[in-house]
Design a protein around this ligand. Structure first.
Ligand code: F6P
Length: 360
């Protein structure tokens, strides 16, 4: 009987519980393996905080947002925050993690997360741990898979918000700005903007000129359309400016938190167009709630495949969606490269064809 461990790391996203369910059911029911879940991302592996799964533990969680294991986007086991007598230090705790995994007799760890979690997965593989990675993030910015689970649910949430903003924008003859997540990649803004019929989409990959944004809105007004919808990714920036940072989390491996682009551009749009402009920041609503059916199916495919890979004795790999096939890629090649929106790619082109402005 094999023993496997599992954790969820980084920011949460819809579908994490669905992956856990698929991993536990396939491992315990299909193969009779033992499954140990570590709590709150890598923190649980460092501190040896865990649960020994019973198959009933994953009943009824298919459609639940969040993760029953908890998660953390602060705990890097290679640079782990330790507080002794009020003094804070950052220490490499990876050897302790290796010992804990050995102590539990774990044959392979399933590490579910985004680029940060998967980079540590690669580093543990280099240290000799058997690992299989599962790619997650609402941002859909991992280069080694076509789609991460959670993304489609975030797009659905953002599209629903755009639909609702449309009616009130039209009634009041206003410009409505929707600020969505997507740090360095504008996929959520682009896809929800196309799906919701936005008039302007601002993404980090296409720096905008505010005069062109205002011109687009004014042209609409002159053509009798007295309202406009602008979707801005939190990482959007002007030709001359930088991304808008909302705060720095000094205890996080990736300390920059973006936010505020909506309010920044609202004043500029109002001044240049003379149209009343309002802002909605969608924030963490995009990370919560029930996964859409696409994400439930993708999460299940990833979770089942992770266990099938372990059963075949594979390791150092990440499950990946290529076209419509679930396959695997080496973790060595899977991390450190973000998948960003190609500015002249098909999605941007079709958006432009139907009249969307990008401020370029
Ligand atoms: O990477 C996922 C993500 O949701 C980003 O889109 C966003 O910028 C960030 O995480 C927010 O992180 P936090 O939950 O720490 O504010």
């Amino acid at each position: 009987m094999k023993k496997i461990g599992v954790l969820t790391g980084g920011g949460d996203c819809p579908g994490l519980n669905t992956v856990l369910r698929a991993v536990v059911k396939t491992a315990m029911v299909k193969y009779g393996y033992e499954v140990t879940g570590f709590k709150d991302g890598y923190r649980g592996l460092v501190m040896n905080e865990y649960i020994r799964f019973k198959s009933g533990d994953v009943s009824g969680i298919l459609d639940k947002g969040g993760t029953i294991l908890g998660t953390s986007n602060k705990d890097n086991p290679f640079n782990f925050r330790v507080e002794t007598d009020g003094r804070v230090e950052y220490k490499d705790m990876s050897d302790r993690v290796m010992e804990n995994v050995k102590m539990h007799g774990i044959d392979c760890m399933v590490l579910i997360g985004g680029d940060g979690t998967l980079t540590s997965a690669r580093d543990f593989a280099r240290k000799g741990m058997k690992v299989v990675g599962v790619p997650k993030t609402i941002d859909n910015d991992l280069s080694a898979t076509d789609t991460t689970f959670g993304f489609m649910t975030a797009v659905e949430t953002a599209t629903d918000a755009i639909d609702k903003l449309h009616s009130t924008a039209e009634s009041h003859h206003r410009v409505m700005i929707l600020e969505v997540m997507g740090r360095y990649a504008g996929w959520i803004a682009l896809e929800s903007g196309i799906a919701g019929g936005a008039d302007v989409i601002l993404i980090p990959e296409i720096p905008y000129d505010m005069n062109k944004v205002a011109q687009k809105i004014t042209e609409r007004k002159n053509a009798g359309k007295s309202f406009s919808i602008v979707v801005a990714a939190e990482g959007a920036k002007s030709l001359t400016g930088d991304m808008v940072v909302s705060k720095i989390m000094s205890d996080s491996p990736d300390p920059i938190r973006l936010g505020g682009i909506g309010n920044k551009i609202a004043g500029e749009i109002e001044e240049l167009t003379g149209i009343e402009t309002r802002v909605t920041v969608l924030g963490h609503l995009q990370r919560g709630g029930r996964p859409v059916p696409y994400d439930r199916i993708l999460s299940t495919r990833y979770g089942v495949e992770a266990v099938e890979m372990i059963n075949k004795g594979l390791s150092g790999k990440m499950v990946s969606l290529q076209g419509n096939e679930i396959t695997s890629v080496s973790l060595e090649n899977a991390v450190g490269k973000l998948k960003t929106v190609p500015p002249d790619g098909e999605l941007v082109r079709i958006a432009k064809s139907v009249g969307v402005g990008f401020g370029d």
